[in-house]
Design a protein around this ligand. Sequence first.
Ligand code: F6R
Length: 256
Amino acid sequence: MAEIVVLDSRAEAGELAADVILELVARRRDAVLGLATGSTPLPIYQALASRRADLAAVRGFALDEYVGLPASHPESYRSVITREVVEPLGLAPELVRVPGDRGPIETAGADYERAIVDAGGVDLQILGIGTDGHIGFNEPGSSFESLTRVKTLTQQTREDNARFFDSIDDVPVNCITQGLGTIRRARHLVLLAFGEAKAAAIAAAVEGPVTASAPGSAIQLHPHVTVLVDGSAASRLANLEYYRYAWANKPAWESI
Ligand code: F6R
């Protein structure tokens, strides 16, 4: 079962995730991180930046990218990763990949999968979740075995992401995303969600049936998952009191 941790604020969740990442990097300087974009992971990146740790050997693989936006567009995930992650954390730009960043789009998925395997796999994958339940950009219906490939965003996701653009018409329709199979191969999944708008998606991911209709439910098939949520995102969890109780009684020797 995933470990569900209910925190008082986004900042607290960011600090806790930063602790876990820095423990990993202390064990392995060149750890491989799976990097989410969007609003949710920002507290992690802000917490990591404030710790001023040496992360120059850390390798990164972004979860996804829009197709049809030039990499130089300020809202391309390449630009976002550079601005929010690579620069503030002091990562080496050449060690951080974004899907579709090399070669033709037709072969970009297979190329990305090869690069992840060559890196030894992802040690820790940071995840957010969409209001429609997507992780990465694996929209409802995505196969649990899927690998990095080009997908079509749902209208819901385009509406949710329109806040980053002048209008919804500017939000790309296509994307390239790590698959649910890619994500499931990462050794540790850290899924974060904040706010009421994510409560239904979190309940479906954590407690709902394992179904392609709720891509986040793929986490139930993974042996090592940490879910960091605030009270609002946790508000629809049936076993909320148990999760709080389990966290309060977590043995001191047991790591996250
Ligand atoms: C982003 C990603 C998406 C987002 C999700 C939530 O790389 O893979 O799954 O995590 O759309 O977005 P925010 O965090 O902006 O609510």
